[in-house]
Write a protein that binds this ligand. Structure first.
Ligand code: NAP
Length: 287
């Protein structure tokens, strides 16, 4: 039976440490602040935004929401971002995705100052990640790396196979694993013979968005399995991309859904807001 990687507990520990750090910053007159922009009325986004606001409240980060109409123009959205870029009190800017289809999300991300890019999605942050510079690492990949560190899972020389090549999970996660000296394979919907790749994985990471997609017969005995997916089952339950029941019997470590990667993502967002506040108030920062 696999060891369960308790993301929820680790996230709680990280949030507690961040609260201490946040209190210390306040004593120095620094009040970390996150601005969240949401366009339209996407119900899933509303839940994510609510969870982020709750985490900010727990830590003592000031949280500000900007709800924009579904029909807003790109220009108006970019204008708001530009205004927040220049608002000294705002340390982090988060643009909640998805955006309505008439808006270009890459253009909007490009407008966010890399110094306030707590999601790590701007071209500058991504470029720095690839080149190994100090930057904001996007929150889900960062959370996964923290879990490896906490459970002393060494990636050096390991075959890491990631299913999913999105800009927010698969690609940055591949860079993070590469930086930890893993040999990385990224698979996607056009990959031929997926199972041939997954069966070779010492560490298998699923970021697909398909309920229970990875089953036991796709996993190597003793592999570490990380489930990034968040899906609703036909019964309305939250489930991952990994069929927990069959994979748990084969893997050495496994993350549950819920209670695995999800809470870590929010904890790392909070970490990035505190980092932003510190960097923006440090005269010697080279960030
Ligand atoms: P996405 O942008 O939809 O990307 C999904 C990826 O899976 C794509 O690269 C796609 O390939 C690949 N894929 C789809 N079907 C496949 C198949 N049959 N075989 C192999 N690859 C396949 O999704 P995302 O934003 O990365 O999110 C992935 C999942 O993680 C979702 O369930 C999302 O809700 C969840 N998520 C969780 C967190 C968290 O905090 N836990 C954070 C972000 C996302 P193509 O590129 O070829 O289309």
């Amino acid at each position: 039976m696999a060891t369960i990687i308790e993301g929820k507990n680790l996230a709680k520990k990280i949030r507690e440490e961040l609260k201490v750090e946040c209190d210390q910053l306040k004593k120095q007159g620094i009040y970390p602040k996150l601005a969240v922009i949401m366009v339209g009325d996407n119900p899933a986004s509303k839940v994510y935004v609510k969870n982020k606001s709750k985490a900010c409240n727990q830590i003592g980060i000031t949280y500000e929401e900007y709800f924009l109409e579904e029909t807003i123009t790109q220009q108006k959205l970019n204008d708001l971002i530009e205004r927040l870029n220049h608002t000294k009190e705002v340390n982090g800017i988060l643009l909640q995705s998805p955006l309505p289809s008439h808006l270009d999300i890459n253009q909007a991300f490009k407008a966010i100052s890399y110094r306030k890019d707590v999601d790590g999605f701007t071209p500058s942050s991504v470029g720095k990640l690839v080149m190994g510079g100090d930057t904001f690492i996007s929150c889900t990949p960062y959370g996964v790396i923290k879990m490896f560190e906490e459970y002393k899972i060494d990636l050096t020389g390991k075959n890491v196979v990631i299913i999913g090549r999105s800009n927010i999970v698969g690609k940055p996660l591949a860079q993070c694993c590469l930086a930890k000296n893993a040999t990385v394979t990224i698979c996607h919907s056009r990959t031929k013979d997926l199972q041939e790749h997954t069966k070779r994985a010492d560490i298998l990471i699923a970021a697909i968005g398909k309920a229970n997609f990875v089953t036991g017969h796709m996993v190597k005995e003793g592999a570490v399995v990380i489930d990034v997916g968040i899906n609703r089952s036909q019964e309305g339950k939250i489930v991952g991309d990994v069929d927990f029941e069959s994979v748990e019997k084969i893997a050495s470590y496994i993350t549950p859904v819920p209670g695995g990667v999800g809470p870590m993502t929010i904890a790392m967002l909070m970490n990035n807001v505190i980092k932003a506040a510190k960097e923006q108030n440090n005269k010697n920062s080279t960030f």
